[in-house]
Design a protein around this ligand. Structure first.
Ligand code: NFE
Ligand code: MG
Length: 493
């Protein structure tokens, strides 16, 4: 239940992780593929980096191109981009909690005690029963008591979450359809272009999006948020597990104006607990332990992607992005903490405070396995609620696109937030073609290997010190890694 090819190696002494190594196991080469192509290919090709967060790659690419061409979208275009990206966020967060993470906490065997009439649950119940009796579900380790001890024991919580797990498939389909109303199709959006979007908004498409959003908001309010609160109440020790580097970076996302003076999620860094605005010139990528012979420590505009599979001491195909040499965690937790500490958005500050009260924890406790899941769930609600406001701001049948000419040369930086965190695309154009394209991607930050100074990346740091009860089943390490929602397809791009 991890997207792509991730390898985690841990060294355990006296039931504690003393060293951890995170590795991307594959080279893809999108940056190389883009060189020499028409710049307008970029928002299409970069979306193919990933089937989970394609919209954010498309958005980052058109932001970079908007800057390079000196254009911006009309109001409708800006709002439609937000609505497409918002639909992708909702789909993706539901995917991560239910399909990817829930079975780390929920005991699926609890469904055997189900006595109600729900046909899906009854079908699942007979399937799980036959798997258990044939030991097929976990051939190497059938439902052993020591496994069970690690799961939630409250059967009511388990069964309700399993029911929602099944419904989550439908909800994700609804979210894809909702986004496709304005994206043309999903997961890879056809309509996102520099200057805006190629669709128009009319009364029918607005009504259609609105209707699907109602279903999704109901699911988020009645299933996702309560399930997170239930897991939190059952396994509170995960509020103190998997702390990590404790530095956070967010580029900001969902512009509320075309100048980006105010984004729904503000940009900023938190280093040693202090908020500062992002300074793009501080972003660099080290490759000492990555399988590249490119120069180390380069800023993205000077960055290169030269694969070196046999490189001595290198253990990953992921580069090591750093901010002013600092290791930075990115993602929903980073966005929430940056919003919270920057106080740029009072509305968000109040929502986060109320949520902390519901969880009955201090903001520091969010820097943990459960904190990352909770931040993701709350963010899903914030985005869905905001989509309801944006859809009302559309002006039917007004322009969604401003025309432009691709210049002979130019450069641009596109910064947004993909679900998993800060995402940047850097484009340089020469002779009307892409001269250079570099992506610095969320999971590249989070799953990065050691940097040139030997400092481990965020996931590696979060694993260090984690207690492992049973060396043959290091479920605690799995939970730490998965709380970052790694996507390796993206990380190695
Ligand atoms: Ni493949 Fe992605 C997100 C991006 S992660 S999922 O969210 O960009 O690096
Ligand atoms: Mg890159």
């Amino acid at each position: 239940r991890i997207e792509g090819h991730l390898a985690i190696r841990i060294e355990v002494e006296s039931q504690k992780i003393v060293k951890a190594f995170s590795a991307g196991e594959m080279f893809r080469g999108f940056e190389t593929i883009l060189a020499g192509r028409d710049p307008m290919d970029a928002q299409q090709i970069t979306q193919r980096i990933c089937g989970v967060c394609p919209v954010s790659h498309g958005i980052a690419s058109v932001y970079a191109q908007d800057m390079a061409y000196g254009i911006s979208p009309p109001e409708n275009g800006r709002i439609l981009r937000n609505l497409i990206q918002g639909a992708n966020y909702i789909q993706d967060h539901i995917l991560h909690f239910y399909q990817l993470s829930a079975l780390d906490f929920i005991d699926i065997a609890a469904v055997t005690g189900y006595t109600g009439k729900d046909p899906d649950l009854n079908e699942l119940k007979s399937w799980v029963k036959s798997e258990i009796s044939s030991n097929a579900l976990f051939p190497a380790a059938p439902f052993l008591p020591r496994y069970k001890a690690n799961y939630i024991e409250n059967s009511e919580i388990n069964i309700s979450a399993i029911k929602n797990y099944l419904e989550a498939f439908d909800m994700r389909r609804v979210a894809h359809k909702m986004g496709a109303v304005f994206a043309g199709k999903l997961p890879h959006a056809a309509s996102i272009v520099p200057g805006g979007v190629t669709v128009t908004a009319d009364a029918r498409s607005i009504a259609s999006y609105r209707e699907m959003l109602i279903q999704l908001r109901k699911f988020i309010d009645n299933a996702y948020i309560p399930d997170i609160l239930a897991v939190a109440s059952e396994l509170p020790e995960y509020f103190t597990t998997g702390k990590g580097c404790n530095n956070f970076l967010a580029y900001g996302a969902f512009p509320e104006s075309s100048s980006r003076a105010s984004d729904l999620f503000p940009q900023g860094t938190l280093i040693n607990g202090r908020y500062e605005p992002v300074n793009k010139s501080r972003i660099t990528e080290d490759v000492k332990f990555s399988r590249f012979s490119s120069p180390s420590g380069a800023a993205p505009f000077n960055g290169e992607t030269i694969p070196d599979p046999e490189k001595y001491n290198a253990y990953s195909w992921i580069k090591a992005p750093r901010y002013n040499r600092n290791v930075m965690e990115v993602g929903p937790l980073a966005r929430l903490l940056v919003a919270y500490h920057s106080r740029q958005n009072q509305h968000l500050y109040t929502i986060i405070n109320n949520f902390l009260n519901k969880l009955n924890i201090a903001p520091e406790r969010l820097v943990s396995v459960l904190g990352r899941h909770a931040a993701r769930a709350l963010e899903c609600k914030i985005v869905a609620d905001q989509c309801a406001k944006w859809i009302d701001q559309l002006r039917p049948d007004e322009p969604c696109f401003n025309d432009f000419k691709i210049p002979e040369s130019g450069k641009g930086i596109g910064l947004t937030e993909a679900c998993r965190g800060a995402l940047g695309h850097w484009i340089k154009i020469k002779n009307y073609k892409i001269d250079k394209y570099q992506c610095v991607v969320p999971t590249t930050w989070n799953c990065s290997p050691r940097d040139d100074r030997g400092v481990p990346g965020p996931v590696e740091q979060a694993l260090e010190g984690t207690k492992i009860q049973d060396g043959s089943n290091p479920i605690e390490a799995v939970r730490v890694v998965r709380s970052f929602d790694p996507c390796l397809a993206c990380a190695v791009h």
